[in-house]
Ligand binder design. Structure first.
Ligand code: ADP
Ligand code: MG
Length: 324
């Protein structure tokens, strides 16, 4: 059995040149550049709740960092440092077990791609639980907030929605996907791409932003509530993959598209005057950016179908504490 110290030493100490003091003391020390604010966020992934207990550790390493990078993207922040806290069941801490190596590889592949440094964490025995805290930087007063949407703004989304939720629906036997579609959707579920560069480029263009982790409707509602505004969106304008399109208008596919979650795309609002610049940004970054509706005065969210009729959904998104 590896000790806590062995685990840290063997799997998690990597070079971290942009830190005053990294792993090994009671706390890490970082020096934020002057004129910048720190953006700090935590996300926890719990076995049985966010992933199946036999999930591929390499993909889990990727995803546990990706969901945190996505929060930085939504703020327009540049991710710099991460802390990793792990509760590990005994078998995964055995000398010859491959789980930790594979998890660390998935984690660090993505960390290196974003030049993010691991500067500390905690390691303990227990039911598998992965908690990542991320620290980024953003120009003073520049961060994209949920509270900035204004009447007249367009509502935009990046990429396409629904794939990850459709994969989960297939695993839960709520819908049956063809093999090719399932593979595409599963990769969206297990290895999401956080829109970090896009988020940074939206500073100066977007009035508000959020990342879509709980489902488009639920996350857009957060913008509306924080901004004290209303919205109308058109379902047929929401960009979805060929896979999702194939299963529409199956009610499960509609649910996945509007309220599925785990997309890790950005939803943002911007004044109409920025349309040309946003379309240019879309071409430059090779990420589809689609206008799906607009912000109005008042409160509430209306979703229109292709004929202009309002759609009602049973649930608007994922809520861990909802019962029934
Ligand atoms: P303490 O007893 O003060 O909590 P630990 O012995 O838990 O310190 O941790 C020793 C060092 O290793 C600290 O710098 C801590 O941040 C780091 N560390 C512990 N677990 C991890 C991990 N999973 N990944 C990265 N660093 C870790
Ligand atoms: Mg500790």
């Amino acid at each position: 059995m590896l000790s806590e110290f062995d685990i840290i030493q063997r799997y998690f100490i990597r070079s971290a040149p942009h830190v005053v003091l990294g792993i090994g003391d009671d706390a890490a020390l970082i020096r934020p550049p002057s004129g910048m604010e720190l953006a700090i966020s935590t996300d926890m992934l719990v076995s049985g709740q966010h992933f199946f207990s036999d999930a591929d550790p390499h993909k889990l390493g990727h995803k546990s960092l990706a969901v945190n990078l996505s929060d930085m993207a939504a703020m327009g922040a540049t991710p710099r440092w991460v802390m990793l806290s792990l509760a590990l069941p005994e078998p995964m801490a055995r000398e010859n077990d491959k789980w930790l190596q594979s998890f660390a590889d998935g984690f660090f592949d993505l960390a290196h791609a974003h030049q993010v440094e691991l500067i500390g964490g905690d390691t303990t025995r227990g039911p598998l639980n992965i908690c990542v805290t991320i620290i980024g930087e953003v120009g003073k007063g520049k961060a994209l907030r949920r509270s900035g949407a204004r009447p007249g703004d367009d509502i935009w989304i990046s990429g396409h929605l629904g794939d990850a939720a459709l994969a989960l629906a297939h695993q839960q036997r709520r819908i049956v996907l063809e093999t090719g579609d399932m593979e595409e959707c599963l990769s969206a579920l297990h290895t999401p791409t956080p829109r970090v560069a896009l988020g940074q480029r939206l500073i100066g263009l977007a009035h508000s932003a959020i990342d879509i982790s709980d489902g488009l409707l639920a996350d857009l509602e957060h913008i509306l509530k924080r901004s004290n505004v209303a919205a109308v969106i058109r379902m047929d304008e929401i960009n979805c993959s060929a896979s999702v399109k194939k299963y529409l208008p199956h009610p499960v596919a509609i649910q996945c598209l509007l309220a599925g979650g785990d997309d890790y795309e950005l939803c943002f609002t911007a004044p109409q005057g920025k349309r040309a610049k946003i379309e240019m940004l879309s071409r430059e970054q090779e990420i589809p950016l689609t206008r799906i509706g607009d912000i109005h005065e008042g409160g509430g969210l209306v979703v229109l179908d292709a004929t202009g009729r309002a759609i009602t959904l049973e649930t608007t998104g994922y809520d861990h504490f909802r019962t029934g």
